[in-house]
Design a binder for this molecule. Structure first.
Ligand SMILES: CC(=O)SCCNC(=O)CCNC(=O)[C@H](O)C(C)(C)COP(=O)(O)OP(=O)(O)OC[C@H]1O[C@@H](n2cnc3c(N)ncnc32)[C@H](O)[C@@H]1OP(=O)(O)O
Ligand SMILES: O=C(O)CCC(=O)C(=O)O
Length: 388
């Protein structure tokens, strides 16, 4: 497909920057509240994992948050630390107090949000944005403009916002799909439309209410976004954000695109964030779930034993992980035979069929995999019974 080839080719040569907002949007997930020590530890592991931009919090929240962001800045990590601000001098002043070098100044961009939240209209929002971006630039800060609710905004107004952001000295415009109203086609179209009008950096910020955050983020990148907002395990408002681990691995796996992320670190990063957020990582969570390289089905294990490529597209070694086989209700003879051979236990064809039947019964009765010890016990009992 010519289109796919062209796009993939372009992506391979493009540097995509992931802006990790676990410490800002991630922490906005209901009930999540990091301590300063947790925030600093998370920032450290993110930087060690090759993340070069960290949106660390909202300084307007007050002294504790400013101190936490300052502690991250003082850790002198190899990453740009960014603070989230409203279009208010108060927020920018608090960001300066936190010591960051870059702020994301957020502007509600849909008519609905401008009217409901600010009680004004487009002209007033534009003027307020210019004033605050100018103020932040005068204070020596790098500025990204966050277009909140961009996906429900009038595109011609977004174009005006982008131009105003640039004229006021911003380096980036963030296209936020705040309420998950985009699909990959519309995400592509929106970013492509803005890309055609500006040379500013464009960041895509996707939410996952429809489970499309990663797909939308990839589409936005294909359309020319240079940056993507991500959070570890997709932590964030409501259903969360595009997960760091999914976006980083998909960019490398599908497009050969280097984000600088150290992929084998992702599991540790996910574990640290999950613990601090008091969230459980689902076993089947893409990339970092405990079971994503674990196989039980007989046909799959038979295929993997014959040629790994038959049931493996994503190499677990890329993530510092390995395949694991479990014995269970869906096992076949090949899996049983391979395990017994590994345990140096001989078995006849008839015995292996009897063992498999016992394994299945055990799995159903106990609702789970069948451990090695149990398989050995079953083997012993079957053997004893088949002795003359
Ligand atoms: C889609 C997103 O993720 S947006 C980011 C959401 N993040 C957060 O809310 C972070 C946590 N928030 C907080 O701690 C508090 O809401 C604070 C400190 C930011 C503000 O607290 P308060 O002063 O008590 O205001 P409150 O939360 O009640 O209302 C928000 C105010 O911000 C204003 N506001 C919202 N967005 C913007 C914006 N982009 N620019 C300017 N003002 C804004 C609202 O109009 C409202 O102003 P009002 O009080 O004059 O009506
Ligand atoms: O305005 C922004 O920077 C984006 C804020 C956000 O988190 C969102 O819109 O989902």
């Amino acid at each position: 497909m010519a289109f796919g080839v062209t796009v993939s080719g372009k992506l391979q040569t493009r540097q995509i920057v992931l802006n990790d907002t676990t410490l800002r949007d991630g922490e906005q997930a209901p009930g999540v509240a990091f301590t300063t020590a947790e925030k600093v530890s998370i920032a450290r592991v993110l930087a060690s994992a090759g993340i070069t931009e960290i949106e660390a919090g909202t300084p307007a929240m007050g002294y504790e948050e400013v101190s936490a962001i300052r502690a991250i800045v003082e850790a002198s990590l190899e990453a740009t630390i960014i603070a989230w601000c409203r279009m208010k001098r108060f927020d920018v002043d608090a960001a300066i107090e936190s010591g960051v070098s870059m702020v994301n100044v957020s502007v509600p961009s849909s008519d609905l949000q401008i009217a409901a939240k600010l009680g004004t209209g487009r002209v007033a929002a534009l003027e307020q944005l210019k004033r605050i971006v100018g103020y932040a630039r005068d204070k020596g800060l790098d500025v990204a403009v966050g277009g909140e609710d961009s996906s429900r905004a009038d595109v011609s107004f977004l174009v005006e916002l982008v131009a105003a952001a640039k004229n006021a000295g911003a380096r980036r415009f963030r296209v936020a799909d705040t309420l998950s109203v985009l699909d990959p086609d519309s995400a592509f179209a929106l970013v492509a439309a803005l890309r055609a009008t500006t040379d500013l950096e464009i960041e895509f910020h996707g939410h996952d209410d429809l489970g499309l955050a990663t797909a939308n983020t990839l589409a936005a990148i294909k359309a020319g976004a240079t940056h993507a907002s991500v959070t570890v395990i997709g932590l964030g408002e409501r259903a969360g954000n595009a997960p760091l681990e999914e976006v980083a691995v998909a960019l490398e796996q599908l497009y050969g695109c280097d984000t600088g992320v150290v992929l084998p670190e992702l599991e540790n990063v996910a574990a640290l964030v999950a613990a601090a957020a008091v969230r459980t990582i689902p076993l089947n969570k893409a990339i970092v779930g405990e079971h994503v390289f674990t196989h039980e089905s007989g046909i799959h294990i038979d295929g993997l034993l014959k040629d790994q490529r038959s049931y493996q597209a994503l190499d677990p070694q890329l993530l510092g992980r390995s395949n694991r086989f479990v014995i269970g209700k869906h096992s076949g003879i090949a899996a049983i035979t391979a395990l017994l051979s590994e345990l140096q236990l001989s078995v006849s064809a008839e015995e292996s069929r009897v063992i498999l039947a016992r394994v299945r019964k055990h799995a159903v009765e106990h609702k789970g995999g069948v451990g090695r010890e149990t398989v050995m016990t079953i083997w012993r009992e079957v053997r004893e019974r088949s002795l003359p």
